[in-house]
Every structure is written in structure tokens, then in C-alpha cells.
Design a protein around this ligand. Sequence first.
Ligand SMILES: N[C@@H](CCC(=O)N[C@@H](CS)C(=O)NCC(=O)O)C(=O)O
Length: 204
Amino acid sequence: MYTAHIADTPNGKKVIIALEEMSLDYRVRHVDLSAGEQFTPEFERVSPNNKIPVLVDERTGQSLFESCAILYHLGLATGKLVPGDAQGREAVLQWLFLQAASTGPMLGQLWWFRHGAPERNEMALERYTRETKRIYGVIERRLAVSDHVAADEYTVADVAFYPWLASHDELGVDLRDYPRVAAWLQKIGERPAVGRAQRKMRKA
Ligand SMILES: N[C@@H](CCC(=O)N[C@@H](CS)C(=O)NCC(=O)O)C(=O)O
């Protein structure tokens, strides 16, 4: 049994998608970010960077922070959504790092400057829009040579990118410019585990 400490954000969503895909037993604990629950001493003990998500394995007491580390851990623990060979796993890792280090922060900043900032900031909007579109372009080109982000099979790298790239409307990205991303989003969105995760998130 796992406890997933999350909020309804792309980083929270990807952990729930992975738990559903791997048919694991878990419960959700919602962290109220606007109330500052991420800064309580209790939460800081499991998340030193004061961010969701955190996954706790209730059997062993092990806790993990950083969504892509959580996805990779679950993949190795279950043998699901990670390739069986070392080269394939390293391919997955490089895309997970790219997602966590670049896609999340850049799209996250664009989201904030579009929906959270108290004042309109043209320079920030221009900078993060350009970077966001560049990242959609990276994945568009990637999907021209492979059916999935990291490999020819569905892996945790697809799970990591999915909730971020699915936010295209909120980010002002027109998917007609990225037809392969659009088709990939549709295919993943139709997976039963992804549907279950979306319903779980709405209830969390
Ligand atoms: N690189 C981290 C990013 C986590 C992150 O940014 N979490 C956000 C929600 S999506 C958060 O907890 N924000 C609360 C805050 O910044 O105070 C990961 O992938 O887990």
C-alpha cells in the first residue's frame, strides 16, 4: 500500500497515472498548496524541497520525492513501463530528466504568467511561450521517429510528459501546429488507467 501526497497539478497527476497503470494499491492524500501545507514540518520531513508529489511505501516506510524519481522507482519495482534492458532504461532516464529539468519548469512558468501573475508581463509571456513551443517541437520531432517519447513502447517517460503537454489550452498552444503530439495525447488519453487517474484527481 502506497500513500501519494499530491495536489491536482501535472506533477501530482503523473504519479496517479503510474499507480493506476501498474495496478498498485494506494491512497491519495491531498496537500493544500494554497494553504501552505507543503511548508509544515511534517511534510518537510518527506519533502525537503517543500513540493508535491511524495510517495510513501507504507509497508517499508520508504518515502520518495521528485515525480520522475517516483515514476522510475515504481517502474523498477514492478517491472512495468520501463524497458527490460540497460540501454532502454537509460533512454527512459534521459527523457525523465529532460521532463523534470526543462519541460516542467518552463511550462510551469508560462502557466503562472498566464493565469497566476497579478500583472501582465509581456517579456515573461514572450520568453516562456517561445520556450514552451520549442519544447512541443522537440516532442513533435521525436514522435516522427518513435511511437513514444523514450522508446517504441509506452514507458514512464510518456507518463511524465503527458499531463504537461495535455495542458495545451491553458498554455495557449495550438495543437494543429503539433499533429504528432496531438495524436499521441489522444492515444494516451484513451488508456483506461489514464481515465481512472483523471477521475481520482477530480475527487482528491
Ligand atoms: N521537479 C519537481 C517539481 C514539483 C513541483 O513543482 N510541485 C509543485 C506543484 S506541481 C509544488 O508542490 N508547488 C508548491 C510550491 O511551490 O510551494 C517534481 O517533478 O516533482
